[in-house]
Design a protein around this ligand. Structure first.
Ligand code: PEP
Length: 239
């Protein structure tokens, strides 16, 4: 089964840096058992899609999409606009958007539905804060219930990202990753009779990617900081 390796540049890299990156990355040979998704800033989505569209198992994704289908939403990019660039995926409900911009699970739910309708695969992020560790099961379950209300889970990817592990260098213990992934699978599988695809995110780097990816219940990784250098990211792809 393929494992997803997803790069999230966040708000990093200008146009030339992005193009240098993709022109380096396009020459790397990707293992057959990996599906790579690169999520750069929106302004290079079509450039990236046209560079890698002939590459097998490699796709482009956005880091967010608008809450409305179209209309008066100055500065926003709709799911159909993103799709028209050649992108196939979109990260939704990232903790930085939830916590810094106040995005709610209800809003994430609207975005997820519009993304699916547009033919994109949403990568829906959930995860607990450090102070919520003891009640993480209920925190995560609530985020999932609200974010995925009325959504066919066979059309999405879930990213479990403990917030305290994002960009901090602190990785979640593999036993904890396993516990949470199995918990989510058990909760969503029973309701929908389908096993959801779940990737882990939070300080994944070349030195820990192999161990995390070897876990059966982990369907891939979402990588922020370590995706910014194409050579480092490629090490993770090959892990
Ligand atoms: C992320 O951006 O979702 C992320 C997990 O970042 P980092 O790998 O830097 O922790």
């Amino acid at each position: 089964m393929t494992k997803f390796i997803i790069a999230n540049y966040k708000m990093n890299k200008n146009f030339d840096e992005c193009m240098d990156y993709i022109n380096t990355f396009k020459n790397f040979r990707l293992p057959r058992e990996r599906t790579v998704v690169i999520c750069p800033p929106d302004y290079v989505l079509d450039n990236f899609a046209s560079v890698i569209h002939k590459k097998k198992n490699c796709f482009v994704g956005a880091q967010d999409s608008a809450i409305e289908r179209d209309g008066s939403m100055t500065g926003e990019l709709s799911a159909t606009m993103i799709k028209s660039t050649g992108a196939k995926y979109v990260i939704l409900g990232h903790s930085e958007r939830r916590n810094k911009l106040g995005e709610t699970s209800g809003e994430v739910n609207k975005k997820v539905k519009l993304a699916v309708e547009a033919g994109l695969v949403p990568i829906v992020c959930v995860g607990e804060k450090l102070e919520e560790t003891k009640k993480r099961k209920s925190v995560i379950l609530n985020q999932l219930k609200e974010s995925l209300k009325g959504v066919d889970i066979s059309k999405i990817i879930i990213a479990y990202e403990p917030i305290w592990a994002i960009g901090t260098g602190k990785t979640c213990d593999v036993k904890d990753i396993q516990f949470v992934h199995q918990y989510i699978k058990s909760k969503l599988s029973t309701k929908n009779n389908f096993e959801p695809v779940i990737v882990y995110g939070g300080s994944v780097k070349p030195s820990n990617a192999g161990e995390i990816l070897s876990l059966e219940c982990v369907d891939g990784v979402l990588v922020g900081g370590s995706s910014l250098d194409p050579y480092e990211f490629y090490k993770i792809v090959k892990s």
